[in-house]
Design a protein around this ligand. Structure first.
Ligand code: PLP
Length: 454
């Protein structure tokens, strides 16, 4: 019996057995966790408590989303209140939180007339954005435009279309991808070819979009999509010229520019939107995760006025797209309260300030032989481990570093699974200096241990 949590050993065993027999864990090999599933029962701030009463600092903030931290009772109360009043509207109607949240997003977004199409998560937001771009092209004189240009090693979601945008696919291959996807080079700030100035290299990488458009025919290209900072590809921060060049290319060839801010949106990088750093406005921005900090599922495709207005007119122009639970009022109530906390506690500024502190602390790791690079913006950061610093050689897969680092961190009361040769950090924006110190000490210990083994 765990006295503190009041959960008996028998109950824990029963849960483990049930999970082993009846539960799929997302993207995890069943026999890796069966009988030993990590089960959590409480959370507060950056800390989570497992079913045995052990406390861990969650350095990835759930799956990149726990921006206000765990255990915010005000959000739970807002959810409860909305569910008690009216949880969903009748069809073709709205509830108050949906309207207010769309207004709040527009207030925070650089285009104050932006319009939000609510979804229930990131993949749906990407699906929505791409469909919106295609319909925009039909409505504005490029009806043959159906192709989408995305970047290799990016991640835009798990649904059939969204998964086609990433390459190599992070899901099992299941036959042909969506026709019309063209993949170009991603941005890598660590392995810039010798003697090339980073800004020139960034422009060169961005120009791959133009080359693809010219090669395939600009009349056939509906959209180009990229994450401002790709977490899937290792959190490389581009110089502002990269996104400015993407904006220029999109304008020149009348291609819709989609910024996938599912991870970076809402304060993660020290601005409400990462593209705010670079003074550009995408045509559509996709968001999810931190919109509610994971208290309830919600996403959105945020369209600028230019895009949204193209759907006005007759039945022919309308954006015929529907997701039953997209923008669920209970989730929107959670989103509103979440963003209220952001403002009350100045979390976006905190992300900037604590991000600088975190990056400074992490830079001490560069003294270790296997730490090749430390990078980040706001409270989104990465440490890249290499076998040989001079040549930036990758650690061989056979070393199984993606199992070792999470295990060593777990021994130091840090929980994360996005920690292999690239250790990703995405803690709640409410993290304190003491907690960052605790995290960096644990990282130092885990990496030192690996260094010795290598
Ligand atoms: N886009 C990006 C950049 C993401 O990181 C993710 C998920 O991690 C998605 C889209 C898909 O979001 P979801 O898992 O909520 O469908």
């Amino acid at each position: 019996m765990n006295d503190q949590l009041n959960i008996s050993g028998e109950k824990i065993e029963e849960l483990q057995n049930l999970a082993s027999q009846n539960l799929f864990m997302h993207a995890q090999q069943i026999n890796d966790w069966a009988g030993n599933l990590k089960i959590f029962v409480k959370g507060e701030g950056v800390w989570v408590t497992d079913i045995n009463g052990n406390k861990y600092l969650d350095s990835l903030g759930g799956l990149w989303f726990k921006s206000v931290g765990y255990g915010r009772k005000e959000i739970a109360e807002a959810i409860y209140k909305q569910a008690c009043e009216i949880e969903t509207p009748p069809s073709n109607a709205a509830c108050i939180p949906q309207i207010e949240l769309a207004g709040k997003i527009a207030e925070l977004y650089p285009d104050k007339s932006a319009r939000s199409f609510f979804t229930s998560g990131g993949s749906e937001s990407v699906e929505t954005a791409v469909k919106m771009a295609k319909k925009y092209q039909i409505n504005t004189g490029k009806p043959g435009a159906y192709k989408v240009i995305s970047r290799r090693y990016s991640y835009h979601g798990a649904t059939a279309m969204a998964v086609s945008l990433g390459k190599p696919s992070t899901s099992d291959t299941m036959g042909p991808e969506m026709p019309g996807v063209i993949h170009v080079q991603n941005w890598d700030s660590y392995r810039i070819p010798n003697n090339i100035n980073p800004v020139d290299y960034a422009i060169q990488c961005a120009n791959e979009f133009e080359a693809a458009i010219l090669h395939t025919g600009s009349d056939t290209v509906a959209a180009m999509i990229a994450e401002p900072i790709s977490a899937a590809f290792g959190i490389h921060i581009p110089p502002k010229e990269y996104w400015q060049r993407l904006r220029e290319i999109a304008d020149k060839y009348k291609v819709v520019l989609i910024a996938d801010e599912v991870i970076t949106g809402f304060g993660r990088t020290g601005k409400y939107f990462a593209t705010d750093h670079w003074d550009i406005i995408p045509d559509i921005t996709t968001v999810a995760k931190s919109l509610t900090s994971g208290y309830s599922p919600l996403g959105a495709a945020i369209a600028t006025k230019k895009i949204a207005d193209s759907f006005m007119g007759s039945e022919n122009e309308m954006f015929r797209h529907l997701i039953t639970f997209g923008g669920h009022p209970v989730s929107c109530a959670a989103g509103l309260k979440n963003l209220e906390i952001f403002e009350k506690e100045d979390l976006v500024k905190k992300s900037e300030v604590m991000g600088i502190y975190l990056l400074n602390k992490l830079s001490s790791l560069k003294n270790l032989k296997i730490v090749g690079d430390v990078r980040g913006l706001g409270l989104l950061a990465a440490i890249e481990l290499v076998q040989d610093k001079k040549n930036k050689t990758k650690i061989p897969l056979s070393f199984e570093i993606q199992k070792k680092i999470p295990n060593y961190l777990f021994d130091r009361n840090i929980i994360t699974f996005r920690a292999g040769d690239i250790i990703s950090l995405c803690p709640p924006l409410s993290i304190t200096i003491d907690e960052i110190d605790f995290l960096v000490e644990a990282l130092t210990s885990a990496i030192t241990k690996v260094e010795k083994e290598i």
